[in-house]
Design a protein around this ligand. Structure first.
Ligand SMILES: [Zn+2]
Length: 138
């Protein structure tokens, strides 16, 4: 299952990023998934929830998956359009010479976590939101 591989890679990137931010727990993760990335949001969420159970950092994390529409640029008229796959046709001039600009990517857009610090002997929990924008290879 491809989604399992992607979920693992997403968690790997999050672990590295959370370590840099000194976060102990991640509460929520926002993913942007291109509609032609061949990934199913529901399968991705399932894979994530299976993998996170034994993970101290991620076990409480909610995964939000946002679908990114397909955006093309036409080589003939230069227009930039949002199209519905599988139709890769310029709506402006009808040309099929188009390049896909968006819609294939998997991006960790942002995440929110907590960091436990110590202030004057008291344990203090900080909630931190992080813009990540890391692209996950797939
Ligand atoms: Zn065109």
């Amino acid at each position: 299952m491809h989604e399992l591989t992607i979920a693992r890679e997403v968690m790997r990137v999050l672990r590295a990023s959370a370590a840099e931010e000194s976060l102990d727990r991640i509460e929520s993760v926002s993913l942007k998934v291109g509609v032609i990335s061949c990934l199913h949001p529901a399968a991705l969420r399932t894979a994530f929830s299976v993998l996170k159970t034994d993970d101290e950092l991620l076990c409480g994390a909610r995964l939000q998956v946002q679908c990114v529409p397909v955006v093309i640029r036409c080589s003939r008229c230069g227009g930039r359009w949002e199209v519905d796959p599988p139709e890769f046709l310029c709506p402006g001039c009808g040309s099929r010479r188009v390049r896909v600009l968006k819609g294939e990517e998997v991006i960790i857009h942002s995440y929110r976590g907590t960091r436990t610090g110590e202030e004057e002997g008291m344990l203090d929990e900080d909630s931190v939101g992080t813009e990540c924008n890391a692209e996950v290879r797939h």
